[in-house]
Design a protein around this ligand. Structure first.
Ligand code: KIV
Length: 264
């Protein structure tokens, strides 16, 4: 597989090829996923929940993220590496620049930030300084206390319209990718059509340009529960590399997500 860049992902959207991404937090899994042909790996701050056993992503620190990014980097040859900026690490532009630099120096090729148009100036500042940005809209887990729980977002018409406007503003600010989490499938489709940059869905329907899963969910090994939008690919294969190859092929053929994984 050739080295994947943000330009490759844009090209995939333009060609109508589905993008498969997954989280990883260490070198061994990252190497396996890279060899299986995954397009991008996210070192997600979900590590607070699936590795550390916390009940949210809020306790995750920039040091945690830099450590796991360095681990993943050592396992990867071709896959694009995206690292999450943790809670409050980009509250001001100065913090965002300093903390994004730490993640890029740890081995990331892109950083991800959660939130809407309030991030425009921060995204523009990062991009101007050579740091590619992935935005994240919908159920943004760092705002779980504002949402009052891990709930589907964008069900009301005004909220859906706001999310479409935010997505366009983030693209205009320079974001090169957008993760859409836990939103109705029709909204996932509308945002995908409104943008020229690729959208990556997790519980956002089948019409986003790509999909992402937390690796523990895709392998059915999460300690809490299996989210509605996920599927245990290890159950079908009994082998981790084959499970990820199946995930990639199901995404590419439009078989995942299926109806049962979608919020209507
Ligand atoms: O932290 C994470 O793993 C994420 C994905 C769920 C998109 O943000």
């Amino acid at each position: 597989m050739a080295k994947i860049t943000t330009a490759s992902l844009l090209n995939m959207k333009q060609q109508g090829e589905k993008i498969s991404t997954i989280t990883a937090y260490d070198a061994s899994f990252a190497k396996l996923f890279d060899q299986a042909g995954i397009h991008a790996i996210l070192i997600g701050d979900s590590l607070g929940m699936v590795l550390q056993g916390q009940d949210s992503t809020l306790p995750v620190t920039i040091e945690d993220m830099a450590y796991h990014t360095r681990c993943v980097k050592r396992g990867v040859e071709d896959t694009l590496i995206i690292a999450d900026m943790p809670f409050m690490s980009y509250a001001t532009q100065e913090q965002a620049l300093a903390n994004a630099a730490l993640l890029m120096q740890a081995g990331a090729s892109m950083v991800k930030v959660e939130g809407g148009a309030w991030l425009n100036d921060t995204i523009a500042a990062l991009v101007e300084r050579g740091i590619p940005v992935c935005a994240h809209l919908g159920l943004t887990p760092q705002s779980v206390n504002i949402f009052g729980g891990f709930k589907v977002q964008g069900r009301e018409d005004n909220k859906a319209q706001q999310m479409i406007a935010d997505a366009k503003a983030l693209e205009a600010a320079g974001a090169q990718l957008v993760v859409l989490e836990c939103i109705p499938a029709v909204l996932g489709e509308a945002i995908t059509k409104a943008l020229t940059i690729p959208t990556i869905g997790i519980g956002a329907g089948k019409d986003t340009d790509g999909q992402i899963l937390v690796m523990h969910d895709a392998l059915g090994i999460a300690c809490n529960y299996m989210p509605k939008f996920s599927r245990n690919f290890l159950k079908d294969t009994g082998d981790i590399k084959k499970a990820i190859e199946l995930y990639i092929s199901e995404v590419s053929q439009g078989n995942f997500p299926a109806d049962e994984h979608i919020f209507k």
